[in-house]
Design a binder for this molecule. Structure first.
Ligand code: SAM
Length: 248
């Protein structure tokens, strides 16, 4: 996979993409990530990327010409979603991450100031994504969040292949609790089942814990999560009376 990010602050990405799972994925050749300086596609001597808004009002607007030039040069003749980071876009979640991870290439445009000239949205971008209902100062952090969530889904990116499949949201549920050594810490012990060596009991306990945690924290997820008849029985025993997704 190749990910291109267009930004006026390419240096922001160095540290994040040079650590941990993303670094390893890059070293293994699973993903190539390039942060491009939008100013490289300006034509004036001040390398201007923004201008005042027509009609007045505060704040600056990112000019269309360098953004079009950058995307056209970077994309070439290849197919690639051109994604504008914006608080007005569709909300990012695990399903969107899985969808993006299926592409060979992704191009992100990071806005700044009051955002980008509307003609970029109308005639250049193919998708608009928000990472949450709040306003950031720029699209860079959003591009990092999305890149991280996508790269960890690439086959071979995680050491333990099943980990991503069991993560919160990947299963439609929240993941249950984890414990590590020591078995007793300040008199707090771990659930006995985890040291039983009985794999089926451990798997059942984990599933019940995931259901319980989702019921406690995000009951809204239960209405669309893929659940077995056994899951539904357990949930009813836990007091859940809400709707279930249609049986698959
Ligand atoms: N005036 C814009 C509005 O009200 O929609 C907000 C502009 S914001 C200060 C500057 C840039 O940060 C945006 O162009 C966008 O690229 C990025 N941004 C801000 N919040 C975001 C979010 N929740 N998700 C993704 N990108 C965001």
């Amino acid at each position: 996979m190749r990910i291109d990010i267009i930004t006026i602050f390419p240096e922001m990405f160095d540290c994040v993409f040079d650590a941990s799972i993303i670094k390893r994925a890059r070293e293994k050749g699973l993903v190539e990530i390039r942060a491009h300086n939008l100013r490289d596609w300006t034509t004036d001597k001040h390398k201007t990327t923004d201008d005042t808004p027509y009609g007045g009002g505060g704040g600056m607007i990112m000019k269309p010409e360098p953004i079009f030039a950058a995307v056209e040069a970077i994309k070439g003749e290849e197919e690639a979603p051109v994604i504008l980071l914006t608080p007005q876009g569709r909300l990012f979640n695990q399903t969107v991450a899985e969808e993006l991870a299926r592409h060979e290439r992704l191009i992100f445009i990071c806005g700044r100031y009051e955002g980008v000239d509307e003609r970029v949205r109308e005639h250049l971008v193919t998708d608009e994504i928000s990472i949450g209902d709040y306003v950031l100062s720029g699209g860079e952090l959003a591009a990092m969040v999305i890149t991280d969530a996508v790269v960890r889904l690439l086959p071979g990116a995680l050491g333990y292949e099943r980990a991503a499949a069991e993560d919160s949201h990947a299963t439609g549920l929240l993941e249950g609790p984890h414990y590590t050594r020591p078995p007793e810490f300040r008199r707090w012990t771990i659930p006995e089942v985890l040291t039983s060596g009985h794999h089926a009991r451990v798997a059942q306990w984990r599933r019940q814990q995931a259901l319980k945690r989702t019921l406690e924290r995000r009951p809204d997820l239960l209405a669309s999560a893929p659940l077995s008849e056994q899951d539904k029985r357990w949930l009813r025993e836990m007091g859940y009376n809400g709707p279930f997704a249609e049986d698959e």
